[in-house]
Design a binder for this molecule. Structure first.
Ligand code: ACO
Length: 353
């Protein structure tokens, strides 16, 4: 037994893999770097979903389906938005997903998030929701619907890179949850809601916001080394470091960094973050020798989400836009090929007299 199921193989999948020793994320035979360079978000989703959501998917078809999905999601906003906008953003997004009907198609479920999150962000600030533009891709249209005006191509490209980078990486905690839900033949919409709920915690999808708080805190201290020592000596965790599977640096961190560098001077924290990372790795090695706690993708993710103009409470929900493509693919694969997931527990409680 391992209470975290560490090292346990719970299913076969043709979708994606994280090779923690070599530092590779593979999605249907493509490295994540290749998907970023050549396929964009819609193209990568076509590759990931092909044979599951439909056969013969293409980038153009996903573009069209997502555009239609955003239009439908926008028309459904009155059903849930008012009540959800009075809640914290993370809860509001949960309500958005709860409002997605059980018979929604994969594209409709995936499109509910960018429209719903943009509408929630604006409504909570007292502005009205902006209708989607079907000519744009998901990343560019999400930023346009959030900011109320089109954004520069480089900014949209950065978010698109992020969506592809985080789309899928094997059995992470939220993807596993989505598969457990789907394994009972519950709806794909329910599986995505389950994945989202698992994702919200700071050890998983909720990491990017607190990561930026941590960088700010360390910078404000004026002495990064002393800050790191204090943090680890007190038993604290450094956000953006450590991973259940990676024993080397997460390759997605560098893909995001390249994208950040293209954004140029709007990313003032980049140099500080690189210096922080170097010092943090040395301090981690001293405090946790042999654990191989390496950089995960969260520092560069947090910098990127900040650089495209998002508030910290939106980081996790926006992360979920990209990751939902993975939850959907895994839920579909589970329904098609898997059994109901039902492990055992070891009872250690009292026995009857
Ligand atoms: N900082 C300091 N110590 C750490 C860190 C960290 N970031 N990560 C793990 N450790 C230590 C733990 O304290 C523990 O030490 P101990 O054995 O001396 O008590 C040991 O490493 C193992 O920790 P676990 O929590 O059992 O390892 P797990 O595989 O569950 O950790 C996790 C993975 C949750 C990502 C962890 O590394 C962490 O909390 N990191 C910080 C949060 C973060 O960046 N999350 C985003 C991950 S990427 C994603 O999910 C999208």
């Amino acid at each position: 037994m391992d209470s975290g199921l560490e090292g346990l193989i719970a299913a076969e999948t043709v979708l994606s893999d994280t090779d923690g020793a070599r530092g590779v994320v593979l999605v249907r035979g493509y490295t994540v770097q290749e998907l970023i360079k050549r396929h964009g978000f819609e193209g990568a989703v076509a590759i990931l979903w092909d044979g599951f959501a439909a056969d013969g998917l293409t980038r153009q078809r996903m573009h069209r389906e997502f555009a239609e999905g955003r239009k439908l999601a926008y028309s459904r906003l009155p059903q849930w938005l008012d009540a959800a906008a009075r809640q914290p953003l993370i809860q509001g997004v949960r309500m958005c997903l709860s409002a997605t009907p059980d018979d929604a198609t994969p594209s409709q479920i995936a499109s509910a998030l960018p429209v719903g999150i943009a509408a929630l962000i604006r409504t909570r600030k007292g502005s009205s929701a902006v209708a989607p533009d079907p000519s744009l891709g998901t990343a560019a249209d999400f930023l346009r619907m959030t900011h109320g005006q089109p954004v520069d191509a480089a900014v949209a490209d950065a978010l698109e890179t992020y969506f592809v980078a985080v789309m899928d990486n094997g059995f992470n905690a939220s993807t596993f949850t989505a598969r457990v839900v789907a394994s009972t033949q519950a709806s794909i919409a329910s599986a995505v809601l389950g994945g989202y709920c698992t994702f919200t915690g700071p050890k998983h999808g909720g990491a990017p916001g607190p990561t930026l708080d941590m960088l700010d805190d360390a910078a404000a201290s004026g002495d990064v080394d002393a800050w790191l020592e204090r943090k680890l000596a007190a038993g604290g965790r450094l956000m953006g470091f450590g991973h259940r599977v990676f024993r080397v640096r997460d390759p997605r961190a560098d893909a995001l960094r390249e994208s950040l560098q293209r954004l140029g001077p709007s990313v003032g924290r980049l140099a500080f973050a690189a210096d922080f990372e170097r010092r943090a790795l040395a301090t981690l090695e001293r405090h946790k020798p042999g654990r191989s706690l390496q950089t995960n993708l969260e520092i560069n993710a947090a910098l990127l989400l900040d650089a495209v103009g998002l508030d910290r409470d939106a980081f996790m929900p926006v992360f979920a836009i990209g990751r939902s493509a993975g939850w959907i693919a895994h839920a579909l694969e589970q329904q098609k090929t898997g059994r109901m997931i039902r492990p055992l527990s070891k009872y250690v409680g009292p026995q009857p007299e």
